[in-house]
Design a protein around this ligand. Sequence first.
Ligand SMILES: [Zn+2]
Length: 435
Amino acid sequence: MSTDIRNITYALAPDRVWDGVSDETRDGLAVVVKDRHIDAVLPVAEVPADMETAILPDCTLLPGLMDAHVHYSSVMGPAFLAAGVTTIRDVGNDLAWILGERERHANDLSAGPSILCCGHLLDGPQVYWPQMGRAHGRSEEIVESVRRHAEAGVDQIKLYAGVEPQLLKAAVDAAHESGKFVVAHLQTTTAEDAVRLGLDEFEHLAGCGVAWRAASEMEDDLMIDLLLERDVIIDPTLVVWDRLGRILDRPFHHDARKSWVHPRHLDIWQRYLSRFGPPEQRWRYQGAMTHLKRFLRRAHQRGVTVALGTDTPFPHLVPGMSVHDELAMYTDAGIPAVDALRSATAVNAQVLGIDDRTGTIRPGLRADLVAVRGNPLERIEDIENVHCTVREGRRFEPSGLMEVHRSTFGREPDGAVTRDLQDYVDGKLLNRPAS
Ligand SMILES: [Zn+2]
């Protein structure tokens, strides 16, 4: 499946290198990997003759991709690596479990991507997702939860839909006191209020009313002015709204990439589509896509920081491969491919606070890389043609990963998201999930 290259130095010589920062790719370069890090980026001709070198014909080498919005379960790891995703941010899970997974993945490079996590979704008085979330009625309760999460060692704090402004303010202040960045799925609190109260990032464009309707450029700009003034990040996850809006569409049911999805999750997807809302709700999401894309394009044009995430494993979001779909959505929205790719690499690394460790190709950073056939800066779909993924120096090929992955399909998926989605499709959740 992979070569254990610890203590081995080797070079990767693709046709093109894109470093995660530049506007264009560069030809004729080799990237030298030593142990877990990038040792050098130099002309192929300068690679020592006796160094093991992997020639990657017709390939572009990029920084490993990142998914900034995942609810991880134990059966997703190899799929992420096969898609070139070397880092994920888990934004809602059981606290103790996800801390354990973060540790396991730090120690075992073949387990899947490197994980950053937020622990539980910190919700308002009623909890939408009982396994992933925790309810909080009063400010003191949510402050206590934030502190407990910070002490447990989460990377960031995630607030959820039922948090009203007073709770949100208390949570944000407590998180900032602990040095933690705060990301939220908004619903009860509007994006305008949340931004003014100090939130750092919001997901799905939820709570951002202007992005969901036929608004004028002036209306968009008022919201965007506020985001720029407060330096707030958006992570639109267009792909989750698109898939929920088109949950019955045939192409998704015949997506060959579903072979990477655990049978339990496929079963949940199948049953989710019959439970998920009346047709009007699906049409609402379909109709909203053009508005969401318009808002995203304008926000990007004006310089708002745009992260890139997916909400895997919600229906039709294949772990890792849904990052490719989200990249394509950004370009559909009118964002240049190179900027979409920046969102998934260098920008995500900044948002996750790890840009001093990974996210670009330069000496000293972790050797987190993906080689794809073709040139995704010219044709974004080429990002799907993964030749190999390098996580912290260790090289993986999709075919080998598939073998390992399928061998895990006999096990039930572990992770709070599976239990919550299962209860949702079984009709056991009292509250309809926020959407
Ligand atoms: Zn989510």
